[in-house]
Design a protein around this ligand. Structure first.
Ligand SMILES: Cc1ncc(C[n+]2csc(CCOP(=O)(O)OP(=O)(O)O)c2C)c(N)n1
Ligand SMILES: [Mg+2]
Length: 346
């Protein structure tokens, strides 16, 4: 345990949340939604309907859902390249996201962004980023705009991975956010790997939560497969930011049981390791918690069926949508971010 780092794990405060059945149902529904959304993307990719690549976070659902649920709707989010769960949890409609991933005109970014570049300004998702670490300085800019407009009731959360922690931009952003006391929540989704490289092979100390402490940033560390622990920790970090008008850092430990991207042959890890983490997967764990705390199997099955129906509708809708116009004029017009439905070129 390190000075300056708040450790959060386990279900110690579960009793405070349990009476709110509606909240637990929503958490369950979104865990299912995120899982099923990504399973569908996997299938659609196999059918050749997803262009480019896609980064699935199967096994990491509790990090996106638990973290984003702890934010307020006025808060902004910058998602990572593995951000479907973060964007869904922030409220972007699955059908609009699916249309985007299938490169349809009706997609949230008119089909020009795809799986790795989802943004939805309607729910303050400022975008996903394929350039590792690059979103952290952008988050500082958003935090600075809140400060300059005296909007002290909101924060910006930026997600990045354990591999991205080695990027200089992350540390420059830590420094700037601490020096200027910006309302930025840095969230590291530590899944133990950057592509095929295990974190333990490229850093001397794998305890990433220490990294923000020298900058004077309050740090938290949490079991990222325990959705309620993630929720509580991020909630606490958010309160800290608002009360102190200073940044915070949360490290969430998890594992992707899916490959890094669709071209991953899984040569760098053993079947046993994947099986061990599948047994600790956040959906199964949360179902266990629900069953132990007054929910019955039929209720959970119904939530799952609801999620299935939403995703089936999203896929049917997305597949039925027209492709974007490919005229030279349209390509030029849509080359920049203004192509978003509500953007300057809409
Ligand atoms: C600046 C930069 N360098 C390298 C890459 C290639 N790259 C894409 S994802 C990735 C691994 C990222 O690992 P991590 O940050 O742990 O996120 P994860 O993929 O595990 O979610 C790498 C090296 C990139 N996109 N950007
Ligand atoms: Mg990683």
């Amino acid at each position: 345990m390190n000075a300056g780092i708040e450790w959060r794990a386990g279900m110690d405060e579960l009793q405070n949340i349990l009476p709110d059945r509606a909240f637990l149902v929503k958490v369950m529904k979104y865990l299912f939604l995120v899982r099923k959304f990504e399973e569908q993307v996997f299938d659609l990719f196999g059918q050749g309907k997803v262009h480019g690549t896609t980064h699935l976070g199967i096994g990491e659902e509790a990090t996106g859902v638990g973290s984003v649920f702890a934010l307020e709707s006025i808060d902004y989010v910058l998602a990572s390249h593995r951000g479907h769960g973060q964007v869904l949890a922030k409220g972007s409609p699955p059908r609009d996201m699916m249309a985007e991933i299938l490169a349809k005109e009706a997609g949230i970014n008119r089909g020009r962004g795809g799986s790795m570049h989802l943004s939805d300004l309607r729910c303050n998702v400022m975008g996903m980023d394929g350039i590792l670490g690059a979103a952290c300085p952008i988050a500082c800019g958003i935090g600075l705009s809140f400060r300059m407009k005296s909007l002290s009731d909101r924060i910006v959360a930026v997600f990045f991975g354990d591999g991205s922690m080695q990027q200089g931009a992350v540390h420059e952003a830590f420094n700037l956010a601490a020096a200027w006391r910006l309302p930025v929540l840095f969230i590291c989704t530590d899944n133990g790997y950057g592509m095929s490289t295990p974190l333990k092979k490229i850093v001397n100390d794998t305890d990433l939560s220490k990294r923000a402490v020298p900058y004077g940033i309050k740090s938290f560390d949490v079991d990222g497969n325990d959705v309620l622990a993630v929720y509580r920790t991020v909630r606490q970090a958010r309160s800290y930011i608002i009360e102190n008008q200073a940044p915070a850092f949360v490290v969430e430990h998890t594992y992707r049981t899916s490959g890094h991207s669709k071209s991953d042959g899984n040569q760098y890890r053993t079947k046993e390791e994947i099986a061990e983490w599948k047994s600790k997967n956040p959906l199964a764990r949360f179902i266990g918690i629900m069953l132990e705390n007054g929910f019955n199997r039929a209720e959970i099955d119904e939530i799952e069926r609801d999620a299935d129906a939403v995703i089936a509708e999203a896929v049917a809708y997305a597949e039925s949508c027209p492709n974007p116009s490919a005229t030279p004029e349209a390509l030029m017009r849509e080359a920049y971010a203004g192509g978003w439905k509500g953007g300057p070129y809409a």
